[in-house]
Design a protein around this ligand. Structure first.
Ligand code: SF4
Ligand code: SF4
Length: 305
């Protein structure tokens, strides 16, 4: 193991983590995706690339040297879409002392997914499978997901994400029924834009409300609320990590080119020591809320994104 990465990881986390909050890293393992959804919030320019084998080794060294148990939640792009994910990333993480979660478009074949479950076993906390109806059929997806779910340990949450794509919302109640009938958790996500959430027309707003419910919490739906002014522990016990090793306190901070914590591969990474008041009008991702990072919101994880 590189002594530099080991030393910096230890220094970077000299802050004591709390029992109530669940320390979490959201690692965008790669940019590459095998889908090209018309509503993808990631521009094609950034939806490409993946770490080389030696970079994966450096990431794994950083994680191995990171004190405390963190949940490493992997996303992309599509993590399963590049060879190094199953060949190096997953076996390497399985050897660390951390937990693992993944957000995927669930296009990987079942034998690959079976191997994934065998490798990570009880370390797997949340498996989030996104249903993209431009590429997948809801019935086939639900059938595959039910088979997959039967392989999971009792402590693993399985959730089906579904973006409420404008122009399709009226038909999504039937999709939700298909998912629920297969014994799966359905997690609707309102459509986000670069600056906020999409303004649905009056008719679709009613359907959106039926899908997300009245006053949904972060376990029920992603409606990208504002938590401006609340104390937030992102940057202290949570951070996002790019495929290039750059760490930011949260996704919104990164969008505004703020909250940079350094790079985990060059030794410049440092966590903050204290929480800060949220300065943003949108919190686009439910992970910080569901890991107890935001004052007065969510709590310990049950199920969610
Ligand atoms: S699967 Fe996800 S990352 Fe890939 S194109 Fe669709 S929305 Fe974008
Ligand atoms: S509340 Fe949300 S947007 Fe605000 S700092 Fe925390 S994670 Fe970022």
């Amino acid at each position: 193991m590189s002594a530099t990465i080991q030393a910096h990881a230890a220094m970077a986390t000299s802050v004591q983590v709390s029992n109530k909050r669940r320390p979490t890293i959201e690692w965008q393992v790669c940019g590459h995706c095998n889908y090209d959804c018309s509503y993808c919030i990631q521009s094609r320019k950034f939806r490409q690339g993946h770490p080389a084998d030696e970079e994966i080794t450096s990431f794994l060294e950083f994680f191995s040297a990171l004190p405390g148990t963190w949940e490493i939640k992997m996303s992309g792009g599509e993590p399963f879409s590049f060879r190094g994910f199953m060949d190096k990333v997953v076996p390497g993480l399985a050897e660390t002392h951390h937990d693992v979660s993944v957000l995927t478009n669930f296009s990987a074949p079942l034998p690959t997914l079976r191997r994934f479950v065998k490798l990570v076993g009880h370390k797997l906390k949340v498996f989030s499978a996104s249903l993209h109806l431009e590429y997948a059929n809801a019935e086939e997806f639900a059938c595959k997901a039910a088979t997959f779910k039967s392989w999971l340990a009792p402590g693993t949450d399985f959730v089906v994400n579904n973006v409420l794509v404008p122009g399709t919302v009226q038909g999504l109640e039937a999709v939700r029924e298909t998912i629920l009938s297969a014994g799966l958790k359905y997690f609707p996500q309102v459509m986000k834009t670069k600056t906020g959430t999409f303004s649905y027309d009056a008719e679709e707003q009613i359907a959106v409300r039926r899908l997300v419910g009245i006053s949904p919490g972060p376990h029920d739906a992603n409606v990208a609320p504002s938590y401006r002014g609340r104390l937030c522990w992102t940057g202290v016990e949570y951070f996002t990590l790019s495929q290039w090793g750059d760490a930011y306190s949260c996704r919104t901070a990164k969008r505004y080119s703020e909250g940079y914590l350094g790079n985990v591969l060059d030794g410049s990474f440092r966590l903050r020591r204290e929480p800060r008041a949220c300065a943003y009008d949108i919190c686009p991702c439910t992970v910080p809320a569901n890991r107890g990072m935001i004052e007065g919101v969510g709590a310990a994880l049950e199920a969610g994104e």
